[in-house]
Design a protein around this ligand. Sequence first.
Ligand SMILES: C[S@@+](CC[C@H](N)C(=O)[O-])C[C@H]1O[C@@H](n2cnc3c(N)ncnc32)[C@H](O)[C@@H]1O
Length: 317
Amino acid sequence: MSTFAKAGFKSANYNSFRPHYPPSFYKILTEYIGKEAGKTGDKVGKTIDLGCGTGVATYPLLQFSQNVVGLDLSPPMIETANSLKAAKLKELGIQDESRIEFGVCAVEDFDAPPNSYDLITAAECIHWFKDYPKFFEAAAKHLKPNGVLAYWFYVDPVVVNFEGPHNEKLLAIETMRRAQQIYLLYVYEDPKGLGVHWDRPGRDILRNLLREVDAQIPQDLFKDVKTQKYVPSVDGLLQLTPQDLRLVREKITLKDFTNYISTYSLFHNYSESTGAGAEFLEKMIQEFETELGWDREKTLLDLNWTSGYTFMRKSGE
Ligand SMILES: C[S@@+](CC[C@H](N)C(=O)[O-])C[C@H]1O[C@@H](n2cnc3c(N)ncnc32)[C@H](O)[C@@H]1O
């Protein structure tokens, strides 16, 4: 998947507007691994984070892994990941910079000696990988016995609550249903919208909650498979459980909601091929404002993402 690798891709925007994975998720992961995040001395040795992007998922791994390597095929992503290093390590209270490094490398080209890693992660990227049987085989080769492979995802935010200016004639539930329709129209359905610019089959695999990927886990190479998926409802009634990957943004402006959409790879593709990215976002904001009476700066939205994860352990001694 090459959009993220293009020189014009705004990787700093990506880092600001994409959701970041919450501590509760790393707790679920460390419990599965059998380690405790943040506890001195209770760490795995070596982790590799594939498709690491700007390091959103990579830096938090330092809380329970002594050494972490982030790899991504996109040079601009790796540049941003490296540029954030000093600030991120300070935030985590880590002085030893050598505990984390980033490199440009496609997953398909990655190789290392057998039994090298305790943990392999792939956050919000496995839907772009090209050959799942080969990927699982390589992961099993590179993991130590009982080492863990973990991948996770999120897709399509849903507005589950709002406050501030809105069309008083509409019930809140109608407003949120209509908001979801506008999102789907602009992002997928309108032939003049973003939909035709999606890189396929990646987006379809993602929208299908990675079912195609899960179905290809080789039972002879991995054991203890744990899968969890969450699909929010527009009315906000389907509550997240403590075992879910909780991806939530609260009280963000309508403007920032569309800024998030501007980080989609297809938005970059659309802007590149039509030269009209900014106009597209403006039209979408205006539709929310006209239809729902929202204000781009003053209406605040709560978003929940469809999300999920799959963990497994390498079989063997
Ligand atoms: C949506 S971003 C996710 C980044 C980060 N893991 C996160 O959770 O925010 C997907 C990333 O996967 C990378 N990617 C896609 N296909 C890849 C491949 N075959 N090998 C390595 N990286 C890949 C892209 O360059 C991009 O940075």
